[in-house]
Design a binder for this molecule. Structure first.
Ligand code: HEC
Ligand code: HEC
Length: 155
């Protein structure tokens, strides 16, 4: 009797499985036809990574869209380490090295303590991780619709 029940259950499961896979064919990904930023792909499916953005060298710095915007980085930053042990950006942009490297000096705000505005003798810890604020510029399409407009003063 027990065996019979098991056999019936097994057949039942197979039938259910077949129905399910037929469903999966009609509805690939089983995501109800919804498409997210990852595309129409189920979470557990690893999709190919997006191609790397190109950072053209000759485009100059893209203008700011608002006042006090951290300027975009007009060069590639591949393999530039910024960690506890090293800060590659400062090798060119610190006040000590900027002239020699022909790079823009970080401005004095990068030496100010964020709380009281005192000017410190070295880069403020709050400005150490450059990429928190500065990003390399690329002609990247917005991921979602965006109708942000440049502030009037900079138009
Ligand atoms: C090898 C030297 C070098 C290194 C390392 C470097 N930069 Fe630069 N950077 C430059 C030079 C030179 C410029 C001037 C524009 C140009 O020629 O590309 C520049 C321009 C910039 C600008 C634009 C400044 C402005 O006035 O608009 C930003 C922002 C910037 N870099 C941020 C960074 C950050 C953040 C890092 C680290 C991830 C970094 N840079 C690493 C050399 C360097
Ligand atoms: C908390 C955000 C923040 C961090 C972190 C930060 N910056 Fe900036 N940076 C800014 C803003 C905002 C400006 C534009 C206004 C100003 O000069 O303060 C700027 C300006 C600059 C400029 C242009 C200066 C000029 O005179 O035109 C350079 C170069 C620069 N940053 C490099 C760096 C580097 C290198 C680091 C890391 C050591 C860094 N920044 C960290 C926000 C930041």
């Amino acid at each position: 009797m027990k065996r019979l029940v098991l056999a019936v259950m097994a057949v039942g499961m197979m039938v259910a499985g077949a129905v399910q896979s037929a469903e999966a064919l009609n509805n690939p990904g089983g995501i109800g036809g919804l498409e997210s930023l990852r595309g129409g792909i189920e979470l557990e499916t690893t999709r190919a990574a997006d191609p790397m953005k190109r950072y053209p060298r000759d485009q100059g710095t893209i203008d700011s869209d608002y006042v006090y915007q951290p300027p975009l980085i007009p060069h590639t930053i591949r393999n530039y380490e910024v960690s506890l042990n090293a800060n590659k950006c400062l090798a060119c942009h610190s006040w000590k090295n900027a002239n020699e490297m022909g790079a823009t000096k970080i401005s004095v705000t990068h030496y100010q303590s964020p709380r009281k505005g005192q000017v410190l003798s070295d880069v403020s810890p709050s400005r150490y991780f450059c990429l928190q604020c500065h990003v390399p510029q690329a002609d990247a399409k917005p991921l979602v619709e965006n109708n942000f407009q440049r502030v009037d003063a900079l138009r």
